[in-house]
Design a protein around this ligand. Structure first.
Ligand code: NAD
Length: 432
């Protein structure tokens, strides 16, 4: 099939590349000229394990192209996926759908034969109705169908999630579109993915309900970890004991820093706001948002306690600054709150992240980037393990760190407290 992905970010690029690997002809379009120029040269705008190899392979096969020409790319395609950003509005409440509507206006001037227009971006309920309205102002409804096909891939696992999804949700009442999409996804369905056809609004809501639930699960275990710290109980035991119950499940039940990334913070705010508009109070989700927003201050307090309040001139090293491991995504990473707060109190920060130096910290005085783990930690007073990259799982701290009184705060619980104790290392973890 001939596909056009509008928006070549995490979702558009990964899905476009993977669809081309399934044998489709794909054009990935973006308004960012540099991004497209780089992609044409084989330079990727994001870090995602396995993506580079697939880009090279499918470019070579001539099934994957990159373009900034939206009109031309749409006219050459049967199916158009909208994968642009849907950030939180500047006022901090609700979702900003301006990129979606601007694309819808561009699409309507490029339709001359039947097209399926799909929202892969996370959009609030009834956005599909709005897109249909915008396009039908200029184009006959017989020439297009607007479908919701929310994306559930996780950064860092995106390729695997694309090829082995738990489910594919297709929101449409249009039989022709449904048949087309069943065909498009047939290689994944034959590998065991469940294909669910719902109404367009249901598909839009399934995405928000899923993310809100996962954010709730993380927040739930994070709050329990606070209790564990007060009563000499290990949160890891609680996670295992609860997670083995099949009704609960162990995934997303690991305590750690505040959840971040490009989805959970914005999607929880968006769905709470949507529900308010429909005069429904999602009080659980509102509590989750509040609890998560408080989490970084709570962990900061813990850091102050660990250094006994003496933060001035303390050399603190962060291992990993993205919102989680295996991604270069800094959006809503809890480090963006914690590092500036520690700097304000007089700390000196050195960090290492396997995905390189971050623009977000380049202009902050007393924050520096180290090119490897050892140089990041060698002069440390306190080492904070912020993400669980494999690179951080077997460090010989005693050998590397020169200051013999160094401490470790492991925010991902990747080391064993008892082994640290045996080595006489002052080790602090989450929820124990
Ligand atoms: N990142 C994730 O893990 C993830 C997972 C599932 C769903 N989503 C959803 O998918 C959507 C996209 O997320 P993302 O992380 O890929 O965003 P992103 O910011 O990485 O990429 C969006 C891209 O769209 C481009 N763009 C914007 N307007 C355009 C236009 N008019 N024409 C062409 N290109 C345009 C931007 O230049 C950018 O490259 C969001 O709604 C997000 O909530 C993201």
């Amino acid at each position: 099939m001939k596909l056009c992905m509008i928006g070549t970010g995490y979702v558009g690029l990964v899905s476009g590349v993977c669809f081309s690997d399934l044998g489709n002809n794909v054009i990935c379009v973006d308004r960012d000229i540099k991004k497209i120029d780089d992609l044409k040269k084989g330079i990727l705008p994001i870090y995602e394990p396995g993506l580079y190899e697939l880009v090279l392979k499918n470019k070579k096969n001539n099934r994957l192209k990159f373009s900034t020409n939206l009109k031309d790319s749409i006219s050459k395609s049967d199916i158009v996926f909208i994968c642009v950003g849907t950030p939180t509005k500047k006022n901090g409440i609700g979702v900003d759908l301006s990129q979606i509507f601007s694309v819808a206006r561009e699409i309507r001037s490029s339709i001359s034969k039947f097209k399926i227009i799909i929202t892969k971006s996370t959009v609030s309920v009834t956005t599909g109705d709005e897109i249909e309205k915008i396009i039908s102002q200029k184009v006959s409804k017989k020439l297009f169908s607007v479908v919701s096909n929310p994306e559930f891939l996780r950064e860092g696992e995106a390729i695997r999630d694309f090829f082995k999804p738990d489910r594919i949700i297709i929101g449409t009442n249009n039989k022709k579109s449904n048949n087309f999409l069943k065909n498009l996804y047939s290689p994944l369905i034959s590998r065991g993915a469940k294909y669910i056809n719902t109404s367009r609004r249901s598909a839009e809501l399934i995405k928000y309900a899923s993310n809100a639930f996962l954010a709730t699960k993380i927040t739930f275990i994070n709050e329990f970890s606070n209790l564990c710290e007060k009563i000499d109980v290990n949160i890891e035991d609680i996670s295992i004991g609860m997670g083995l119950d099949k009704r609960i499940g162990g995934r997303f039940l690991r305590a750690g820093p505040a959840y971040g990334g490009s989805c959970f913070p914005k999607d929880t705010k968006a769905i709470a706001n949507t529900a308010d508009k429909f005069k429904t109070n999602l009080s659980v989700i509102k509590s989750v948002i509040k609890s998560n927003e408080n989490r970084s201050s709570l962990l900061l307090k813990r850091i102050f306690n660990i250094v006994k309040g003496k933060i001035k001139n303390k050399k603190i090293s962060f291992l990993g600054v993205t919102f989680k491991a295996n991604t270069d995504d800094m959006r809503d990473s809890s480090c963006l709150t914690m590092i500036p707060s520690l700097i304000k109190k007089g700390a000196v920060i050195n960090y290492f992240d396997p995905t390189g130096e971050k623009n977000e910290f380049k202009k902050i005085k007393n924050v520096s980037f180290s090119k490897d783990v050892n140089s990041a930690i060698k002069d440390s007073d306190l080492i904070i393990i912020h993400t669980e990259w494999n690179d951080f799982k077997s460090i010989n701290f005693k050998k590397v760190v020169q200051n013999k009184k160094f401490k470790i705060f492991d925010m991902r619980n990747i080391y064993s407290s008892s082994k640290m104790k045996k080595q006489k290392i002052k080790y602090f973890a989450i929820g124990c």
